[in-house]
Design a protein around this ligand. Structure first.
Ligand code: ADP
Length: 447
């Protein structure tokens, strides 16, 4: 048995050999092309050398060395003109230019803010909502001039290499407090990469505010219901247990239980009213209503309540029919809520007045208005509370409101009804000087 050692060089894999040959051929072709493109220079240098040798100024050896050096420099030294591959990389390709303008047109049609960046994070284009969001956003500027959140900037730097879109949340305090969801999406098609990055923004502030309001509303409503409910349960347990055979306790407890039950009924009625008005908020009323009719009805129903609470009510009327587009029952509810508040919070023996004024139109463009003011001589309201009075469950004094049968929803209902009627509510009040709640409604168009 003989051990044969193979001393031959390891064979190159066929693919590698082919690539090496290809590279050599490409190099030779490039060399020939360079010499060909500088042929005239080579010929001129050859002629000059020959002339110098013929004149005896230069030896043949030196002339050959000089000529060979010149040819080598033409063939091998790097040229001044830009490497074509590099140039292709730097030059914006017509395709990417076209896709960029298509992207711009598409971004302009979108309702959300959209910004197109190049691979380094420079702004290539942005749509109108994005410009509205960031006043200092400019094409050509770097995106970090408007969004500085590190997670976002990291996502932008990583985008050219990654193929995934990344979503980050960022919050701003100035100029206005807001929370935004930002999606950073590298633009790719199959295995191709455009290199540009699309930034899509979504403002979360309004949605989160509405969710918070909804959660607060449910918490407030349940709290308002739970208080009378637990009081009722307490009385029922007492009447079933220790006070079972005590007629005196029954006599005392039953009126309190009835009052707690009516408090719950009032609250549920107010909640239902509010939801009814909210449901119709986008459908303006179409019926014609005479406000004098509403004022007359309000006087009939509220005068007795005023007298019962030891107060006086005076109701003014418009000198002529005062026609508005409206829902009679809803407008009556507005007046009832405002007058009931004036009676509830007014001083005993006080006076409540309903004033009616017509404000004529200032020209053909504007419509005349009707102003109905409910004026009381009660304790008044401090200025800091005025902007919040129409919020649901907002009360200046919670205990006083509850004690007087308030639900904290009366003015919220008034505001919603007036919104539906395209009307307005104005409140003027000073502590110790009484309050004036004024309702403004547009005159109905003639015909
Ligand atoms: P409430 O059911 O508690 O009366 P409203 O929404 O009608 O709820 O009113 C909100 C709050 O505004 C009241 O709790 C009260 O503090 C205040 N308020 C309303 N009207 C008057 C008024 N005429 N005088 C003084 N305070 C008032």
């Amino acid at each position: 048995m003989t051990n044969q050692v193979d001393h031959s060089a390891p064979a190159l894999p066929p693919g590698l050999l082919w690539r090496a040959l290809h590279a050599v051929r490409r190099g030779l072709r490039e060399l020939a092309a360079r010499l060909w493109s500088s042929l005239w220079q080579v010929v001129i240098v050859a002629v000059i050398m020959a002339a110098l040798v013929a004149l005896g100024d230069l030896s043949v050896g030196l002339a050959l060395i000089a000529f060979a050096s010149f040819v080598a420099s033409v063939a091998l030294l790097p040229r001044q003109d830009v490497d074509p591959l590099l140039e292709a990389e730097l030059r914006p390709s017509p395709v990417s230019g076209r896709s960029r303008s298509a992207m711009h047109v598409m971004a302009e049609a979108l309702p959300d803010p959209v910004i197109l960046l190049n691979r380094t994070g420079q702004v290539l284009s942005c749509n109108a909502p994005a410009r509205g969001l960031f006043a200092s956003l400019r094409e050509g500027s770097h995106i970090s001039s408007v969004i500085r959140t590190p997670e976002f900037l990291d996502a932008v730097s990583a985008a050219p290499k990654s193929r995934r879109s990344v979503t980050v949340i960022y919050a701003e305090r100035v100029p206005v407090g807001r929370r935004m969801e930002v999606t950073v999406a590298p633009l790719t098609r199959g295995s191709e990469r455009d290199g540009n990055i699309l930034v899509l923004l979504r403002d979360l502030t309004e949605g989160e505010r509405i969710n918070q309001m909804r959660a607060d509303f449910i918490a407030n409503a349940s709290h308002e219901l739970r208080t009378p409910l637990s009081s009722l349960r307490g009385f029922i347990e007492t009447l079933q247990g220790t006070a079972k055979e005590d007629p005196g306790a029954r006599e005392r407890f039953l009126p309190i239980m009835a009052e707690q039950a009516s408090r719950m009924t009032r609250l549920i009625d107010a909640l239902l009213s509010l939801s009814r008005v909210e449901m119709n908020a986008h459908v303006p009323p179409s019926n014609l209503v005479d406000l004098n009719d509403v004022l007359g009805h309000a006087r009939d129903t509220l005068e007795r309540i005023a007298t019962d609470s030891g107060m006086t009510l005076e109701v003014e009327r418009f000198p002529k029919a005062a026609i508005v587009r409206g829902d009679r029952d809803e407008l009556l509810q507005v007046l009832q809520n405002l007058v009931q508040n004036a009676l509830k919070y007014g001083n005993s023996g006080g006076h409540v007045r309903i004033e009616a004024k017509h404000i004529p139109s200032l020209g053909r463009q504007t419509r005349g208005r009707y102003a109905i003011s409910v004026v009381d001589d009660g304790p008044g309201i401090a200025a800091e509370h005025l902007p919040r009075l129409t919020e649901r469950f907002y009360r200046v004094d919670v205990d006083s409101s509850r004690e007087k049968g308030g639900t904290g929803l009366g003015l919220a209902i008034v505001k919603h009804i007036l919104n539906r009627h395209r009307g307005e509510l104005a409140v003027a009040s000073k502590p110790g000087k009484g309050s004036t709640f004024t309702v403004m409604l547009n005159e109905a168009h003639a015909g």
